[in-house]
Design a protein around this ligand. Structure first.
Ligand code: 5GP
Length: 180
């Protein structure tokens, strides 16, 4: 039986990069593929990045109780299928779910053995600087994002482990301590 890990963290924290680096070093781990109703971004492939479903398909999965958890963000739905997780764990794969904070806490309720890991920014100031450095968002959007991060950091208390992403190398080493 593989082990289940759930990794959350605020947007802009660089969790994607940390997870990618971890996976490169540890091929016995696999990133779970979620379902979503959002459209594929350039380069994204069905079955690799997400299972891209229509709204009707997604709704019928909800009705058939197929999701371990699901959530809606900015009009798009995201969910992790129970059967997918069960199959991968039975194959002996260590599975990583990269999902939002609330989704992570919902997984823990159903699968208490899952280890929840929260990736934190070194400080709110640094995160603010990173978000501004991207030059992709308005001042108002940045303020709103920082507010969300504050409440997510509050939620991180309910996670099993908190890892500060002060550098990718440190964060990966700390992930290894928790996951290997
Ligand atoms: P994106 O559209 O940028 O790929 O993802 C948006 C958000 O959806 C991210 O915060 C990501 O962690 C979250 N997400 C992706 N898959 C799932 C899922 O299966 N369940 C939940 N609750 N969130 C997910």
């Amino acid at each position: 039986m593989g082990k289940l890990f759930v990794i959350s963290g605020s947007s802009g924290v660089g969790k994607g990069t940390v997870i990618k680096e971890f996976l490169q070093r540890h091929p016995e781990f696999k990133l779970s593929v979620s379902c979503t109703t959002r459209s594929p971004r350039e380069g994204e492939v069905h079955g690799i990045n997400y299972f891209f479903l229509s709204k009707d398909e997604f709704k019928s999965c909800i009705d058939n109780n197929e999701f371990l958890e699901w959530a809606e963000f900015s009009g798009n739905m995201y969910g992790t299928q129970k059967d997918y997780v069960k199959t991968k764990l039975a194959e002996g794969k260590n599975l990583i779910l990269e999902i939002d904070t609330q989704g992570a806490l919902n997984v823990k309720k159903i699968m208490p053995d899952a280890q929840l890991i929260f990736i934190l920014p070194p400080s709110l100031e640094e995160l603010e600087a990173r978000l501004r450095g991207r030059h992709t968002e308005t001042e108002e959007a940045i303020k709103k994002r920082l507010q969300t991060v504050k409440s997510e950091m509050e939620n991180s208390k309910h996670f099993d482990f908190q890892i500060v992403n002060d550098s990718i190398e440190n964060a990966v080493v700390n992930l290894e301590k928790v996951m290997l």
